[in-house]
Write a protein that binds this ligand. Sequence first.
Ligand code: PMP
Length: 336
Amino acid sequence: MKETPFGPVYDNVLEGVGKTPMVKISNIDTGPCELYLKLEASNPGGSIKDRIGIAMIEAAEREGKLKPGGTIIEATAGNTGLALALVAAQKGYKTIIVVPDKMAQEKIFHLKALGADVRLTRSDVGKGHPDYYQDMAERIAKKTGAFYVNQFGNAANPVAHEKGTGPEIWGQMDNDLDAIVAGVGSGGTITGLSNFFNETAPDVEIILADPKGSILTDYVNTGAIPNEVGSWLVEGIGEDFIPDIADLSRVKAAYGITDRESFEAARDLLRKEGILAGSSSGTILAAALKYCRAQKKKKRVVAFVCDRGDKYLSKMFNDYWMYDQGFLKRAPKGDL
Ligand code: PMP
């Protein structure tokens, strides 16, 4: 890889993972705060998950769990699958990717285009059910002898954020930062950031952005795991269980955000700031704005654009879909 004043020149696309840019919110009202978004959608696979895709595959190679030409299997909302399939294609591995059927079609098409063997399964069942995506991936792994990556229990996942995402944020903010707002899917991002900032700058507050219906908001705010799990349309974040790798002990507060708030925030982000971001980024932005607007004095805050919005053009960016889901009051006029 070569750095030039005009940008880096990579020997391989994987060298382009990480060192993502940040952009300051300039048109949306952020109260007394400065709010910066870390554009993880700039990663070559299009999401924050590229970081852990490389980290988990290289850890498995080092530990001898993955042999040349071997098969990788993962349960994913799509982005971890895209990251693994990208890395696997470069390194000559095969991939089987198990995805719940509520996820955007564009992710499925992208996975297939990368050569992944995609297995769709039900979105309406929980852990312990044979059709639950993680149970299904584990079962296929046992049957085929494929390497089950298991981002929810893989120690290399948070380490990628502790060693990569955390130091990048701290450096980009000139070591002057008050809070970070992030979501939890596997918990890798928040756990890695907690570990890094615990050592480097323990005063930095970690704030959770969580879809309404997920158990994590109540868990963080009350310490109890609620019996009831709801459902939500936002993709990639919110949980019905606490992942093994997730350490939420440093999370200061959690905001439960409705689908409507998430989608409106993502649509606003595009129209007012020109940033085309995915649905989880909408949740994170909505939570970050609630946090920022509640502050009494200026704070410097970082939030995430986890993936690109072009995967969701036929969903939350489409007025007809928004109307069908009940998020827009009036039917849109004009052509599809
Ligand atoms: N946003 C999106 C779009 C995702 O796919 C994910 C991971 N499922 C996350 C956020 C959450 O990241 P993490 O797994 O590190 O908690």
